[in-house]
Every structure is written in C-alpha cells, then in structure tokens.
Design a protein around this ligand. Structure first.
Ligand code: NDP
Length: 331
C-alpha cells in the first residue's frame, strides 16, 4: 500500500480506502462488512468512509459493530462521517451549528468510537453562514471529537471562502474535499480545484471511482440481477444509465474494456489505476458488495505501471472529456 499526505495536513492516508455506501440498500450485513473491512485492513487500507445518511444511520451502526468485533488498535485506522442529511426535520439537516454538533455526537454513538478522524460537510449549505460552519468545526476539533474537517462536492469558490474565513478568525480551514472522480467525471478535480490545490492545498478522498459499476463493464450488455442498478433504492441510477448520456458511457466502457484487455488488465483495474495516477488524489474510496470485487479493486495498485502515456492517449481518444484548462496568456 502507498500512503499519501492528506492535503497540507501531516496525516497520511492509504491510497485505496473503503466506503460503506453500499449498505444503503442492505446489500452488506455486519458479517460481510466485517469480512470486507478486514480484507481491506490486511492490505494496508487505513481509512473507512461513512455518512449519517447511508441507510439512515444503519451503515454507521454496522461499521461500528464491525470495528468493535475486529478490535483493531484505534491508532491504526481512520474513520469518517459526513453530515448534511440526518433526517426530515429542519433541525436534522444542513450545516447549522445544532446539526453539525448533534450529527457528530450521533455518528460517534453509532460508530462506537471516541472521535472521528475526518468529518465532512456532505454538501454546501447556502442557509448557514460560513462563519458558523468554520467556528463549529473548530469547536469540535478543540473538544477532540474530530481531528480534521472537510467538504464534499463544494465548489472551488466555497472552499476558498471557508479558508478565507478561517484565516480571518485564526482558525483551521477544511483539510480535504470528497468529490466524485472517475473516467467520466473529471471537471472539478482536473480543472476547477486547480487553484485550490496550488494555494490552500486540500487533499481529496474521491468517490465512485468506477461510476457505480459502469467502469467494471458489468452493464455493457444488460443490468445483472443483484447489481446496484437493479436495486429499488437505486432506481434513479438505473434511469441515468438508461438515458442517452448513460448509454454513451456504456459505449465508451465497451471501448475501454477492449483497450484494458490489450494490456492484460480488466476494465476495473484500468479505471482505478487511472485515478491513482492523479497526484491530487489522496485516496480512492473503493465500494464493493463482494470480497471478490474488493480483491480485484485492491489489485489495481499493481497495475498502475501499465497505464503508460501512450495508453493515456488512447483513453483520452475514447472518453473525449479532458477538461480544457485556462489559457496561460504568458506562454
Ligand atoms: P464505485 O463507483 O467503485 O462503485 C462501487 C460498486 O460497483 C460496488 O458497490 C459494486 O456494486 C460495483 N463494483 C465494485 N467493484 C466491482 C468489481 N470489481 N466488479 C464488479 N462490480 C464491482 O464506488 P461507490 O459509488 O460505491 O463509491 C465509493 C465510496 O465513496 C462509497 O462507499 C462512499 O463511502 C463514498 N461516496 C461518497 C459520496 C459523496 O457524496 N461524498 C457519494 C457516493 C459515494 P454492485 O455489486 O452492487 O453492482
């Protein structure tokens, strides 16, 4: 396992990490969760991602039970929660002080841990002043309830504003952002955040590296029974898959799969290795509903060397979505 610095912080996160969104559809019970988590941990994964909204808290309960039974030393792993959608009531949502604090306490209870290593604002909240978010996150840090705070799917401007407010108040700004990043979704990580990386220097814990499975090739012909897109809870993802844009992704996945096979890789390995090559990615959060999937995904670490500049060019020819960078007028 390789470990990368999380932004400008002094902490090192494993390049591959493990997320529990799949428990959203009760695909993963405590027994399987324990199996997946221990496989990841044995291979050097030190970060386990979660959120208050996954299975309405049940995902954190399952991860908490697994952590208890696995009883790893607390200083050998990191665990996160994300706050935003805690319930339907106005007091249970958003990034206001009340919800940030209560959601943190609830996550600690569900995960059965004394502190969260990483605590993310799951989405931006235009109703809450940035000062309120920054001061509350710093308050939680001072209390030892969280170690680092971050954002998820915030714009570059919002992250820069959080840092400016933190600087004014002599407080700590967000250390990491959790954006979607994969061969079909590149704009934020490769273009929008450029100045954020160059100035305040955040780390990234990227999500859906396999575009919910499209980049494994499993949807090339149909929707397999039991797969994410076949589940009722994910009918919105199925709709996306069946849209014109979704079918274009499938066509590209078929082309990418042929390219992967030419160099002795699976499409999954090619797609994950491609993410690993980006130096602004601190960790790729893996999702898996089976140990065989997780095995394959973990093996992508050994495939990175096969993604040569020539292969990257061929990938670009297929995906045709390389973000156009700002013009350098001095060049
Ligand atoms: P992926 O895009 O990698 O999708 C994972 C899913 O793809 C698996 O659950 C499985 O689904 C399928 N899959 C994975 N590996 C294989 C394989 N080798 N062969 C065949 N199928 C495979 O990641 P996720 O979308 O799960 O995202 C990863 C993590 O990121 C989440 O667990 C969560 O922690 C985080 N996340 C954060 C978000 C945010 O807003 N901050 C949003 C979404 C996720 P199946 O078996 O069901 O077909």
């Amino acid at each position: 396992m390789e470990y990368r610095k999380l932004g400008k912080s002094g902490t090192f996160v494993s390049l591959l990490s493990f997320g529990s969104w799949v428990t959203y559809s009760n695909q993963v019970d405590t027994k399987l969760s324990e199996k997946l988590m221990s496989l990841a941990y044995e291979r050097g994964v030190n970060f386990f991602d979660n959120a208050e909204v996954y299975a309405q808290g049940e995902s954190e309960v399952i991860m908490g039970k697994s952590l208890k039974r696995l009883s790893w030393d607390r200083d050998t792993y990191m665990v996160s929660s994300k706050v935003f959608w805690g319930g339907k009531l106005p007091t249970q949502r958003g990034l206001n002080r009340k919800h940030l604090v209560e959601a943190c306490h609830n996550a600690l209870d569900r995960l059965q841990v004394e502190y969260l290593d990483l605590y993310f604002c799951h989405r931006p909240d235009p109703d809450t002043p940035m000062e309120e978010i920054v001061t509350t996150m710093n308050h939680l840090m001072a209390q030892g309830k969280i170690f680092y705070w971050g954002t998820s799917e915030w714009s570059a401007d919002q992250i820069m504003e959080a840092h400016a407010v933190a600087r004014d108040l002599r407080l700590v700004g967000p250390t990491m952002e959790q954006p979607q990043y994969n061969l079909f979704h590149r704009q934020k990580v490769e273009k929008d955040y450029k100045r954020v990386f160059e100035t305040v220097g955040i780390g990234t814990t990227i999500w859906s590296p396999l575009a919910s499975g499209i980049l494994t090739g499993k949807y090339n012909k149909s929707i397999p029974k039991g797969s994410r897109m076949s589940l009722e809870d994910f009918s919105w993802l199925k709709d996306q898959l069946e849209s014109e844009e979704g079918q274009d992704k499938v066509r590209k996945a078929i082309e990418l799969e042929k390219l992967a096979q030419d160099i002795g890789l699976s499409l999954t390995q090619l797609s994950l290795s491609w993410c690993l090559l980006n130096p602004n990615v601190s960790t790729v959060i893996l999702g898996a509903s089976k140990t065989t999937q997780l095995e394959e995904n973990l093996s992508s670490l050994e495939c990175v060397d096969k993604i040569t500049p020539e292969i990257i060019e061929k990938i670009e020819d297929i995906v045709q979505n390389c973000p156009v960078q700002e013009k350098d007028w001095k060049a």
